[in-house]
Design a protein around this ligand. Structure first.
Ligand SMILES: [Ca+2]
Length: 178
């Protein structure tokens, strides 16, 4: 009489290290999601469930082995200002079909497609840098040149005096040089 020892798998798969790439996508970026999914009995089903903006239902797409215990799926690209929530679900390959969900402890994983107004294509920091460069170049100019570039609302006499003083200043400098 044969004896069978039946081991019943009651342990759910583990789903860890859930992330998406790129982490801060913009419109048109293809979004990939990854997760490490493991079970002693092997994995029968690995899926991503995602929901776009305020839509009611969840869309599921099967995940494929990416390498080792890592599973991967591409959920495509979205337009800017879109919010996508997702979670990962897996079933093991045992007769029990134990299921596991990683939904970031009920908060879901959230992807936000960044809104990039045209005016922000040039970062503010570079504009600040340009301004400061102009300021520093003015400071470095010869005193005579600064006088000539002085306010436009000067009288003709004042302008003549400024030019004269600039010329005198350059002559003075030349003499110092010798
Ligand atoms: Ca199991």
């Amino acid at each position: 009489m044969e004896q069978h020892i039946v081991i019943i798998d009651t342990i759910n798969p583990t789903i860890t290290n859930v992330y998406h790439s790129p982490s801060d996508p913009i419109e048109g970026d293809t979004i990939n999601a990854y997760a490490d999914i493991e079970d002693e009995a092997g994995i029968a089903i690995a899926e991503i469930y995602f929901q776009v903006n305020d839509e009611m239902g969840w869309t599921s797409i099967p995940m494929a082995v990416y390498g080792g215990t890592t599973y991967h799926v591409s959920i495509g690209s979205f337009s800017e200002d879109t919010e996508i929530r997702y979670y990962i679900k897996a079933s093991d390959a045992s007769d029990s079909n134990n299921e596991a969900i990683n939904d970031n402890e009920g908060n879901y994983y959230v992807i936000y497609i960044l809104f990039l107004p045209e005016s922000s294509t040039q970062p503010t920091t570079s504009m600040v840098e340009e301004t400061s460069e102009e300021e520093s170049s003015t400071e470095l100019s010869e005193p005579g040149q600064i006088s000539i570039r002085a306010p436009i609302n000067l009288t003709g006499l004042e302008i003549v005096l400024l030019i004269a003083s600039a010329v005198l200043y350059r002559k003075h400098k030349k003499m110092q040089g010798k």
